[in-house]
Design a protein around this ligand. Structure first.
Ligand SMILES: *[C@@H]1O[C@H](CO)[C@@H](O)[C@H](O)[C@H]1NC(C)=O
Length: 313
C-alpha cells in the first residue's frame, strides 16, 4: 500500500514540477510583450519598432502605439539609375519608425515594375501612386514633383473624407535623396498644426533654419531670398492631417509659382508664420540633410544588352 502511494507520488512529481516551471516562466514573461518589437515582416505589413526614446519604452503602457499619430511620408520618385538605391536607403530608415505610412508617387504614366516590386518587399505600410508630369513642365528652371506631391495630398484627403473624426496624423514631404535622423520623426509626431525645423546642406549653406525667439518663429536664416514668407526647404516642415483636411484646396501650384517658391506658396495657404511650431530644440538642431547623390558614371555601359541575364539595378 505504502509503496503504491509512493510510486504514484513519484509519477506525479515530474508533472507538478513542469507545471510550476511553466507558470513561473509565464509570469516572468508577462511584461515582455510591451517591449517586444511588433509586426513588421513582409510586404505591406505593419510597421515595427519605433523611433522612440528608450525611457519612453520602459514606462510605456501595453498599447503604446495606439495613440501615436500616423506619420504620412509623401515621396515623389522617378526612374533613374540610382532610384532603387535611394528608395532602399529611405525604406531602411522608415522601417524603424513606428506608425509610418509611406506614399510613393511615381512620375510615370503607369506603375513601374521596379517600384511595384520594391513596395511589395519594403516591409512597411506603403501606398504606390503614379502621375506623369506633363511634358511642358519638364524643363530646367521649373519646379519639380508638383503633380506627384499633389497626388499624394489628394490620396490622403480621399482616404480620410469618410472617416470623421480624422485619425491623428502628420504629413511631411520626404524627397528620396535626403537623409533623415530617426529623431526627426519623434519631433514631427507631436505637430499640432504646422511644425518647422532646420535643414542641413541646403541653399548653398551648411544649414538653413527658422530663427526662433521666445519659442516663436520670427525670421529665416537662409542664403537665398530671405524675403519669402516661408523661406524653408521642402524637408523642413510637417503638417497635421487635420490641417490638410480642413484646407481641402491647398495644393502645390504650377501657375504663378516661381522656382523655389513652392514651399512658401503651399504654406501660405494653410498657416501663418506666427502659428509655426519650432521643433528640434527651438530650431537649433539639424536632423535632416538635403543630400545629393552624385550622378553615376555609366560611360562603359554597353549600348545593347550584352550580359546573359537581365538584372534589375
Ligand atoms: C524654446 O524656447 C522657449 C522660450 O524661450 C522655452 O520656453 C522652451 O522651453 C524652449 N524649448 C526647448 C525645447 O528648448
Amino acid at each position: 500500500m505504502k509503496s503504491l502511494l509512493f510510486s504514484r507520488f513519484l509519477l506525479l512529481l515530474p508533472w507538478v514540477l513542469i507545471v510550476i516551471i511553466v507558470l513561473d516562466i509565464d509570469s516572468s514573461r508577462a511584461p515582455l510583450p510591451a517591449l517586444a518589437p511588433r509586426g513588421g515582416g513582409g510586404g505591406g505589413g505593419s510597421g515595427s519598432g519605433g523611433a522612440r526614446p528608450a525611457a519612453g519604452r520602459a514606462a510605456a503602457p501595453r498599447r503604446p502605439e495606439a495613440a501615436l499619430p500616423t506619420i504620412y511620408a509623401i515621396t515623389p520618385t522617378y526612374s533613374r539609375p540610382v532610384q532603387k538605391a535611394e528608395l532602399t536607403r529611405l525604406a531602411n530608415t522608415f522601417r524603424q519608425v513606428a506608425r509610418l505610412h509611406w506614399i510613393l508617387v511615381e512620375d510615370a504614366a503607369a506603375r513601374s515594375d521596379l517600384v511595384s516590386r520594391f513596395v511589395a518587399g519594403a516591409g512597411l505600410p506603403c501606398t504606390h501612386l503614379h502621375v506623369p508630369t506633363p511634358r511642358r513642365y519638364k524643363r530646367p528652371g521649373l519646379p519639380r514633383a508638383t503633380e506627384q506631391r499633389n497626388a499624394g495630398l489628394a490620396w490622403l484627403r480621399q482616404r480620410h473624407q469618410h472617416l470623421p473624426p480624422p485619425q491623428p496624423g502628420v504629413l511631411f514631404f520626404a524627397d528620396d535623396d535626403n537623409t533623415y535622423s530617426l529623431e526627426l520623426f519623434q519631433e514631427m509626431r507631436t505637430t499640432r498644426k504646422v511644425s518647422v525645423w532646420p535643414v542641413g546642406l541646403v541653399g548653398g549653406r551648411r544649414y538653413e533654419r527658422p530663427v526662433v525667439e521666445n519659442g516663436k518663429v520670427v525670421g529665416w536664416y537662409t542664403g537665398w531670398r530671405a524675403d519669402r514668407p516661408f523661406a524653408i526647404d521642402m524637408a523642413g516642415f510637417a503638417v497635421s492631417l487635420q490641417v490638410i483636411l480642413s484646407h481641402p484646396k491647398a495644393v502645390f501650384k504650377r501657375r504663378g509659382s516661381q522656382p523655389g517658391m513652392q514651399e512658401s506658396d503651399f504654406l501660405k495657404q494653410i498657416t501663418t508664420v506666427e502659428e509655426l511650431e519650432p521643433k528640434a530644440n527651438n530650431c537649433t538642431k539639424v536632423l535632416v540633410w538635403h543630400t545629393r547623390t552624385e550622378k553615376v558614371n555609366l560611360a562603359n555601359e554597353p549600348k545593347y544588352h550584352l550580359d546573359t541575364v537581365s538584372i534589375e539595378v
